[in-house]
Design a protein around this ligand. Structure first.
Ligand SMILES: *[C@@H]1O[C@H](CO)[C@@H](O)[C@H](O)[C@H]1NC(C)=O
Ligand SMILES: *[C@@H]1O[C@H](CO)[C@@H](O)[C@H](O)[C@H]1NC(C)=O
Length: 412
C-alpha cells in the first residue's frame, strides 16, 4: 500500500478537526444549562490512546474507545434494572423522579415477597434449613433481574435497588471509575499479554502482598475496549455497598491493584459512613480520595453491574447452587471463590466510597426496609456518602438545577 502524501494527510487532518469541532459545538448547544447531567467535565480530560487513531474509521467515529457512552441514558451499560416491590409505590415515585431528573432510563424488576416462595424452588443441600422470608425474597428478586439479563442476552446491565441515590455528577464519577477499571483489567498496549497490576488476573504464590498505587492522572496505556466503555475483561462492578475492604494481603484469590484519585465529589473523611470496620479509606488516604480496587468483604447489594457472560455465571453460581446465605454474602462468595459449595473466581471491581448510597427519606424509621427492623422514632432524610444527592435536591432540580445543596460541605 502507498503511503499517503503529506498533502493528503494535511487535508484529512483539517477535515477531521472541523468534524470534531462541529460535533463538540453541537453537543454544547444541545445541552447548555445543566451540563453536569450529560457532559464530561474538564476535571480529568481524557485523551484516547494514540493506537486507536490509526484505525481507518476513526475519522467518522469521535468516540473510538466508547468513553462518551458513559454519558448516555443508561450510563454506558446496555440496560439499567431497578429491583422494587410493586407495593412500595413511595419508593417507585421517588426513583422514577430522580432518574428522570438525571436523564437516566431504567426498567423495574418486581421485588418478591419471600413468604410466597415455596420450599421446592429453593436450591438446597442436604439438611439445609430455609432462610427467613426477607433474605429469600431479596435473593429471588435479584435472581429475576439476572435471569432477565440472560434471557434477553443483554451485553451489560446495572442493577439497582429502589432506595439508592446518586450524585448529580454520577457520569463524571463513572468515567473516572471506567478509566480505573480499564487500568486494572485491560491488557497493556505495549505488552498485550500483561497487565499494569502484576497480581491480575490472580496472585501467584510468589506475588507481592501489595502493589504500588496507580494514579488516575498517570494511567498506563492499555488496549482500548471494543464492547464496553468500562473495559472488556470484568465480571462485576460493586458500585453501591454499605461496606467494603481493600483485598486482604494474605488473600491469594484477589488481585491487589488499586487506582487512586482525588475527586471533589468525595466528602471529607469525618462524613464518610460504612458498616465495615476499620474504614479503610479513612485510615489510609487523605481527604477527598476515591479508590477503585477488587472487591473484598462487600456488604449490601444496593448497586452492581454484570456482563452477559457474568450474568450467566451468577445464574449458575447463585441461582442453581444452594441458596444458603443472604444475597450480598452470595455476591461476596461469587467475587472471592468463597462459600460452601464455592462460587468460583470472578473479576469484581468496587469503589470506596461507593457511588450509589442508600437514601433514607424523612419518615418513621419503621418504614425503612421490608427486610429488617429499623427501630422506633422519626428520621431526618439523608443519603450517606453522596454530596450533591439527586434525591436530596429534587425540589431544586425541578426548578432548573441551581442552588443545589451539598450534604457534606468541607470544613477547614
Ligand atoms: C449506552 O452505551 C452502552 C455502551 O456502549 C450501550 O450498550 C447502550 O445501548 C447505550 N444506551 C443507549 C440508551 O443508547
Ligand atoms: C479531613 O479534613 C477534616 C477537616 O479539616 C479533618 O478533621 C480530617 O482529619 C481530615 N481527614 C484526613 C484523613 O486528613
Amino acid at each position: 500500500m502507498r503511503r499517503p502524501s503529506s498533502l493528503t494527510a494535511l487535508i484529512a487532518g483539517v477535515i477531521l478537526s472541523i468534524l470534531l469541532i462541529s460535533f463538540w459545538a453541537k453537543r454544547q448547544a444541545w445541552f447548555p444549562a445543566t451540563a453536569y447531567l450529560h457532559e464530561p467535565s474538564a476535571a480529568h480530560s481524557y485523551k484516547a490512546p494514540s493506537t486507536s487513531l490509526g484505525a481507518t474509521d476513526s475519522a467518522v467515529s469521535p468516540d473510538p474507545d466508547l468513553t462518551r457512552d458513559i454519558y448516555n441514558s443508561t450510563l454506558g451499560f446496555e440496560k439499567i434494572f431497578v429491583v422494587s416491590l410493586p407495593s412500595r409505590t413511595d419508593r417507585r415515585d421517588s426513583i422514577i423522579l430522580a432518574a428522570a431528573l438525571s436523564n437516566i432510563e431504567f426498567e423495574f424488576i418486581d421485588g418478591v415477597d419471600g413468604s410466597l416462595i415455596p420450599d421446592t424452588v429453593i436450591p438446597s443441600g442436604p439438611k439445609q434449613g430455609r432462610l427467613p422470608d426477607a433474605p429469600l425474597g431479596c435473593w429471588r428478586a435479584h435472581m429475576n433481574a439476572i435471569q432477565e439479563t440472560v434471557r434477553r442476552n443483554l451485553g451489560s446491565v446495572l442493577i439497582l435497588e429502589d432506595d439508592v441515590d446518586w450524585d448529580v455528577r454520577i457520569r463524571d464519577q463513572l468515567r473516572d471509575f471506567a478509566l480505573s477499571s480499564r487500568a486494572l483489567t485491560q491488557p497493556l498496549a505495549s505488552t498485550p499479554k500483561s497487565y499494569a497490576d502484576k497480581t491480575f488476573p490472580r496472585p501467584s504464590d510468589n506475588s507481592p502482598v501489595a502493589v504500588p498505587d496507580i494514579h488516575l492522572n498517570d494511567l498506563p496505556a492499555t488496549i482500548a475496549p471494543q464492547k464496553s466503555p468500562y473495559g472488556d475483561n470484568w465480571d462485576l462492578f460493586w458500585l453501591g455497598h454499605c461496606g467494603m475492604h481493600f483485598p486482604f494481603t494474605e488473600s491469594k484469590a484477589i488481585p491487589k491493584g488499586r487506582v487512586v484519585y482525588t475527586e471533589e465529589t468525595v466528602p471529607q473523611t469525618q462524613h464518610l459512613w460504612t458498616l465495615s470496620d476499620p474504614n479503610d479509606i479513612k485510615e489510609q488516604y487523605p481527604n477527598h480520595t476515591r479508590v477503585v480496587h477488587h472487591a473484598q468483604d462487600g456488604i449490601c447489594s444496593g448497586g452492581y453491574a454484570v456482563t452477559q457472560k457474568s450474568a450467566r455465571n451468577v445464574l449458575y453460581e447463585l441461582g442453581l447452587k444452594d441458596m444458603n446465605a443472604a444475597y450480598d454474602i452470595l455476591l461476596r462468595w461469587f467475587c472471592e471463590n468463597g462459600g460452601e459449595p464455592s462460587r468460583g473466581h470472578h473479576h469484581c471491581l468496587t469503589v470506596q466510597p461507593p457511588l450509589f448510597g442508600i437514601h433514607l427519606p424523612a419518615q418513621p424509621k419503621s418504614h425503612n426496609s421490608d427486610i429488617s427492623d429499623h427501630g422506633e422514632g422519626f428520621q431526618e432524610k439523608k443519603t450517606e456518602n453522596v454530596r450533591y444527592s439527586v434525591k436530596m435536591n429534587i425540589q431544586a432540580l425541578l426548578k432548573g438545577g441551581t442552588d443545589l445543596v451539598d450534604q457534606f460541605p468541607d470544613v477547614d
